[in-house]
Design a protein around this ligand. Sequence first.
Ligand code: XMP
Length: 524
Amino acid sequence: LVLILDFGSQYTHLITRRVRQLGVLSLCVSGTAPLSSLAGLRPRAVVLSGGPHSVHAPGAPSFPDGFLGFAAAAGAHVLGVCYGMQLLVQTLGGAVEPGVRQEYGDMEVDITAPSSALYGEAGDRQSVWMSHGDEVVRLPEGFEVVARSVQGAIAAIEHREKRFYGLQYHPEVTHSPQGMETLRHFLFDVCGIKADWKMQDVLDEEIKTIQSMVGPDEHVICALSGGVDSTVAATLVHNAIGDRLHCVFVDNGLLRYKEQERVMSTFNSDLHLPVTCIDASEKFLSELKGVKDPETKRKIIGREFIVVFDELARMLEQKLGKRPEYLVQGTLYPDVIESCPPPGSGRTHSHTIKSHHNVGGLPKDMKLKLIEPLKLLFKDEVRKLGSILNVPESFLKRHPFPGPGLAVRVIGDVTAGNALEVLRQVDEIFIQAIKDAGLYDEIWQAFAVFLPVQTVGVQGDQRTHSHVVALRAITSEDGMTANWYDFERQFLVDVVKKICNNVRGVNRVVLDVTSKPPATVEWE
Ligand code: XMP
């Protein structure tokens, strides 16, 4: 296990991913998490992430007292990256000061030590990605400088005996071309870790955990949305406990065009998982009536899902003579990270980005206990797991669809006018055009957004005062960061014409050309 302490850098999750790409399980926790929350973990390596703070700023985050003792007791090697290196140096008695030369962007570093643990046999000059204002000016006792930037700043340090290492630059970003090699060398050659984290092991492990958690006569409920995550989660749990899993598809009134029919027919024909459909659309929509605030909408939807599950549990209790105690959810790692930003990251709970309904939006008094077998995985990892579980390609390749559905794509009150119906039609035309153009698999996610804005148009010589819709298509690896997809001009011309000619109530279409960050993928 590699433990990553997050001090708020936008690149922290990339460190987590890089380590996993090297075949090693990595977990990212808040840099200020109390030591008690790490009990039981025995990391072979610890990475202290970068962060936006200066170690001298009031309230700058630091690992808890005793953390370095905990790491030493586990036999872990500790690598500080950028802020993480400065924190390590300051904690151990060295000095960090505002840099005379602030270094941002591409930079050359010279490896000054003839042989170092960090670089081994690496060549003597590397191009790396720097992003720091402060710099280390005095090393703690026993440390050695092993690389310097061409401007003279300390770029890499180590204390082999104590197993402390530091990199002032970011090896995790692609702008550091040899960074992955440095991480590989650190994990395998320095820490002696083996690349043994495989999807098949994750699967076996999860199945064992679920079998030991759910007693032999206990039953479990699973809400299937027809998306990748819940389908893979359900298939995995079905492998573990068989027909004691009861799958339900909830129509919350916030689904896409013909979603209910399409999903139910695929579950029955491709997946062989018995699924019950519950139509709760009236209740969801009446609870959402007049609500405009995005977080309130998300919380209401989270709460209403649980009302449905509790009701289902009651019905199953009558049928089976035993009330299901557990609920399966396809929660992913990014949902967990984004719903609960680590306190040490500089994003406090008041800066929660959005409450993903299956995490932050759950009511505190929920009776069902959660089974979240994908909680530690990124989307692309879930797709790999799904293919080991023989989940059909048609499911694995579906674009992600958020739990709160179209509610986060109708800006403001979802029940206003016929917003949902208009959005469904626009979305269907857009997605169908993408499929027809053979672009569906190239795009990570695409959808339309309904704006509560009316503009003046002219259609068939008539003045119109109709709605604006936005189109969004992105490329991404894991939904944590994203770029907007650059369609060819003719594709857009055709799709806009089709929307305005076929959907009543829309006279203007705009294209979202914002990446994440600064925007998020969904508009709410
Ligand atoms: P954001 O908007 O957070 O989206 O940048 C990142 C990815 O997550 C999806 N998403 C959700 N998925 N429940 C989900 O299951 C949610 O509440 C939720 N909110 C966003 C979004 O569609 C994108 O793929």
